[in-house]
Design a protein around this ligand. Structure first.
Ligand code: NAD
Length: 497
């Protein structure tokens, strides 16, 4: 079994100490050992970042952007290799892995605009002989902690932008599927990034706590589950750090009686079962307005769920791979047991699925529940697996109330042909990302990504314009160059025009 190293100050390093296994979820076999960084190892990454910062912050933004242009090319050239690594350790299909990489590359493209996005604002003659401007300056050493479900895309939400803004970045990826994340960081160094500007350290709570406690780390970006997001936000802000912590989700799709049902069904199949439901924007609840819509939806979904092509993610032409770990598979299965016990109707049962040739893989077939009600655990909690719950309501208002009452507010969508209903939904729904006939409304890189309520702790969303704000601080400069011959008397009143 090979050991996956840390990447610190441009060097691949391993350490003796605590380690965990990384699995191939399609075979159920451990394939790599992953060292868990000690506090000392984290400090080495911090020291390297601190040492690299003065020169990097003074590197012209256009030069920083040139590194990102080369990085984008390297990512595109290595798409197949990266997708293979994602699929081997995460389990998602190769096509899905390539898709997440493409969405990640969008963020590198946005970062290529560094000279434009860091221009700041300038006002001439704000007073006699006085000009003023505001500048976006980097924070220093910043860190990111990322989840298993997008090992390429979510880190790319963070560090390309943080780095072009002039910061040095330490990434602590998920310990479940770190190989693609590490390869991508190596490509960034190959693109010409100075050593120390970006380090990757593997680890668990101990590594994260070391980053939280380090006074040199000025900001933390986190993406993962809500309890950990809340913890990192509380501990980080308590120490005066800037924190954006994106958490879990329960995303509802509303189906109106006038929806184009066939297209809605196709959209729901991908959004609920793609990536085995392990997406923070996955649709896990279909809210049907009227029994007629619900009956028709369930009738159309059942044969499609039963026909899902499920197998090892690295094989071609599949719809779904396995869940990421045996523990994740058992947890999702446990939710299905719980839903049955609570009285929901299990219309399609994916439990106990065995894939020929991959009998030890962490597979679970698509599951569909009907007649789910809001007090059930399968409705309230994030399942993070291939389980779709149908909830029946009588009106759009009732559907919206249900969504607004839910603790999470990451994504949602409405399927309708009625512009008035769609407009009301967009205006009044308490969710951060909304789709109209779009099931996974993940914003493009030049907008920003973030949920509301307990799906995000912090003020600024990830990437795009909010990302620029997050990774920079403003400095307002007011400058006066008096004319040579003039003499200005002291002024004791507060300066005004
Ligand atoms: P997770 O919270 O278990 O882990 C995320 C990161 O936190 C990992 O790097 C992990 O090592 C670290 N971590 C785990 N336990 C910790 C602890 N006790 N203290 C400090 N750090 C700890 O999440 P996951 O299982 O990797 O990912 C799935 C979750 O992420 C889901 O809840 C999903 O909704 C969420 N997610 C949210 C978004 C979003 O944008 N809102 C995007 C992707 C995933």
């Amino acid at each position: 079994m090979s050991v996956i190293p840390h990447l610190i100050n441009g060097e691949l390093v391993t350490e003796n100490g605590r380690a965990v296994d990384v699995f191939n979820p399609s075979t159920g076999q451990a394939i790599h050992k992953l060292p868990l960084a000690s506090k000392e190892t984290i400090q080495k990454a911090i020291d390297a970042a601190k040492a690299a910062f003065p020169a990097w912050r003074n590197t012209p933004p256009a030069k920083r952007a040139q590194v990102m242009f080369r990085f984008k090319q390297l990512l595109e050239q290595n798409e197949a290799r990266i997708s293979q690594l994602i699929s081997e350790e995460h389990g998602k299909t190769l096509e899905d892995a390539a898709g997440e990489l493409k969405r990640g590359i969008e963020n590198v493209e946005f970062a290529c605009a560094a000279p434009e996005i860091l221009k700041g604002e300038y006002s001439r003659n704000v007073g006699p002989n006085i000009d003023a401007w505001s500048d976006f300056q980097p924070l220093g050493v910043v860190a990111g902690i990322t989840p298993f479900n997008f090992p390429a895309m979510v880190p790319l939400w963070m560090y390309p932008l943080a780095i072009v803004c002039g910061n040095c970045f330490i990434l602590k990826p998920s310990e479940r599927d770190p190989s693609s994340t590490l390869l991508i960081a190596q490509l960034l160094l190959e693109a010409g990034l100075p050593k120390g500007v970006m380090s990757v350290v593997h680890g668990d709570k101990a590594a994260v706590d070391a980053l939280i406690e380090a006074p040199e780390v000025k900001a933390l970006s986190f993406v993962g589950s809500t309890p950990i997001a809340e913890y990192i936000y509380a501990e980080g802000t308590k120490r005066g750090k800037r924190v954006q912590a994106l958490g879990g989700a329960k995303n509802h799709a509303v189906l109106m009686p006038d929806a184009d049902l066939d297209n809605a069904v196709s959209a729901l199949m991908g959004a609920a079962y793609g990536s085995c439901g392990e997406r923070c924007m996955a649709i896990s609840v279909a809210v049907c307005v009227g029994d007629q819509v619900a009956d028709a939806l369930v009738a159309k979904l059942v044969p499609q769920i039963k026909a899902l092509k499920i197998g090892a993610g690295t094989s071609c032409g599949l719809d779904m791979g396995p869940l990421v770990t045996g523990q994740a598979r058992d947890k999702v299965s446990g939710y299905v047991d719980d839903g049955v016990a609570a009285g929901a109707t299990l219309v399609v049962d994916g439990r106990g699925l065995s894939v020929a040739g991959h009998e030890d893989g962490f597979f679970l077939g698509g599951c569909l529940f009907d007649n789910v009600t809001p007090e059930m655990r399968i409705y309230k909690e994030e399942i993070f697996g291939p389980v779709l719950c149908v909830v029946r309501v009588n009106s759009l208002e009732e559907a919206m109330q249900l969504i607004n009452d839910h603790e999470y507010g990451n994504g949602t969508c409405i399927f309708t042909r009625d512009g008035e209903a769609a407009r009301l939904f967009c205006d009044e729904i308490e969710v951060g990302m909304v789709g109209v006939n779009v099931p996974l409304p993940v914003p493009v890189a030049y907008h920003s990504f973030g949920g509301w309520k307990r799906s995000l702790f912090g003020d600024l969303h990830a990437y795009g314009p909010d990302g620029v704000r997050f990774y920079t601080r403003r400095k307002a400069i007011t400058q006066r160059w008096p004319q040579r011959a003039s003499h200005e008397a002291s002024q004791f009143a507060f300066p005004s025009l």
